[in-house]
Write a new protein. Structure first.
Length: 466
């Protein structure tokens, strides 16, 4: 398997710097591949496809070996991931473990041939074939885990892949590519790094048959438009603005820790994090106080510090967006029960923020903050809360919190989203589907659905034996 510095050796013009978000200083460099080099990369991926798709047993063996290799390199991968992404080292280790787990899960998953009986004297079978070279474009919040969520099912299905990480977090992905090189045949998975227009060129390349992307809604639309030129399949996970609805029988102190971390894990940079809380009016002040207390007491700092629970925002543009949304909300009358500002010192830090008295039409409510900022809004009736939760263009996830589980489930069933949780949030099994509605995405990832998303049906008819 080649990484982008190897495929571009001799023709690569430049490297680009990668910043440590905890300090703002450069922590490494990555090759800035020219878009015209992609032709050779994708050509090799296509040639490798014929051998890779031919032997399912060999694929299983290779993917299991790849999982072992990831675990063996876990400490190096986790430390480099924290350096470039900012998350606490414990979270980086968990991400590496999840990467290996995905490889193992999909290594043991195989499509099933289906027999169709329709009364005719014909035996019809639906079999499954891989689609060809797949492009994966991965964001900066979970670089390794989201890469594995794309390459594990694609490779298990018999496809090859060209993987492009975000230019904000390319280093750990390049190291992951090197780690996997010993387990996977050459050109089955190629890691390429670079700034735009590399991603646009990859998404629109005629040699790519499936484009899988995680990121913002505007970029996702651009990816879909690019892929449409060659009629490539697309799978788009485009973020969310998940609401947590607290019912009037909720045990506020009993759920406060879970609710807080559902919003603030990875500095709030989670597509399916809680980004809005709706609390009954009579409990609103109690909910705000419980969350604010935790926001004020949590340790914020470098992810390499073992005491840190919340690291920095990953990059300067995202920090500017979080700052702008918070300042606009405060200017519109919101109050910061905790945080609301950037602390003094270097790095891309923003104090964990809990907002109250927020106008419902404020952008910090209606848009995705993707940072350590959480508005808490009161409601008068459950119908009002459900309408507000459903009142944005997003539909990734949502949750309902209360003591009466049947009642909570009935409310959760009214949420317009792909996944609803009760008394917890943003917890996924490798075996379940993950998908959003509305602006939150197209297609399905996870479980057998993720495998079949990388396959196409192939039907064979033959007469029944006399």
């Amino acid at each position: 398997m080649r990484t982008s510095d190897e495929v571009g050796r001799g023709t690569r013009d430049a490297w680009f710097p990668v910043a440590d978000p905890a300090t703002g200083e450069t922590c490494g460099e990555a090759p800035d591949m020219r878009p015209d080099e992609l032709d050779a990369v994708i050509g090799r991926a296509h040639r490798a496809w014929s051998g890779w798709r031919a032997d399912a047993g060999a694929r299983t063996h290779a993917l299991l070996g790849a999982a072992d290799a990831v675990e063996a390199a876990g400490d190096d991968l986790a430390r480099l991931l924290t350096r470039e992404q900012g998350k606490p080292l414990a979270e980086s280790r968990a991400e590496v473990a999840r990467t290996a787990a995905r490889l193992r899960y999909f290594a043991d998953l195989a499509p099933r041939t289906r027999r169709i009986s329709d009364g005719r004297p014909v035996r019809s079978e639906v079999r499954w074939r891989p689609v060809g070279p797949v492009a994966a474009i991965v964001p900066w919040n979970f670089p390794l885990q989201l890469a594995a969520a794309k390459f594990a099912p694609a490779l298990a299905a018999g496809n090859t892949m060209v993987l492009k990480p975000s230019p904000y977090t390319p280093l750990a992905t390049r190291l992951l590519g090197s780690v996997l090189a010993a387990a996977l045949p050459e050109d089955v998975l190629t890691v390429v790094t670079g700034r735009e227009p590399l991603g646009a060129r990859l998404a629109s390349h005629p040699g790519i048959r499936h484009v899988t992307f995680t990121g913002s809604v505007p970029t996702g639309r651009a990816v879909a438009e690019g892929a449409a030129a060659s009629l490539a399949r697309v799978t788009l996970e485009l973020g969310g603005n998940d609401a947590a609805v607290l019912l009037d029988d909720v045990d506020v102190e009993g759920v406060a820790d879970r609710l807080f971390w559902a919003a603030f894990r990875n500095c709030g940079q989670v597509c399916m994090a809680v980004k809005r809380v709706y609390a009954p009016a009579r409990l609103h002040a109690e909910v705000v106080e419980a969350l604010a207390q935790r926001a004020k007491s949590v340790t914020v700092g470098s992810g390499l510090d073992p005491d840190t629970r919340i690291g920095p925002v990953n990059n300067a543009p995202q920090l500017a967006r979080v700052t702008e949304l918070t300042e606009r909300a405060l200017a519109d009358g919101a109050r910061a029960a905790a945080g609301g500002h950037r602390p003094a010192g270097p790095g891309h830090f923003f104090a964990p923020t809990v907002l109250t008295d927020v106008p419902p039409e404020s952008a910090v409510v209606t848009e995705e903050q993707f940072g350590p900022v959480l508005p808490v809004l009161p409601y008068g009736s459950v119908d009002e809360a459900v309408d507000a939760a459903n009142g944005t263009g997003f539909g990734l996830g949502g949750s309902v919190w209360g003591t009466d589980l049947d009642r909570a489930e009935a409310v959760a069933d009214r949420l317009e989203c792909g996944t609803a949780w009760i008394n917890h949030h943003a917890e996924l099994s490798l075996a379940q589907p993950f998908a959003g509605i509305k602006d939150s995405g197209v297609g399905v990832a996870g479980g057998p659905w993720g495998l079949y998303g990388n396959l196409r049906p192939f039907v064979v008819h033959r007469p029944e034996e006399p």
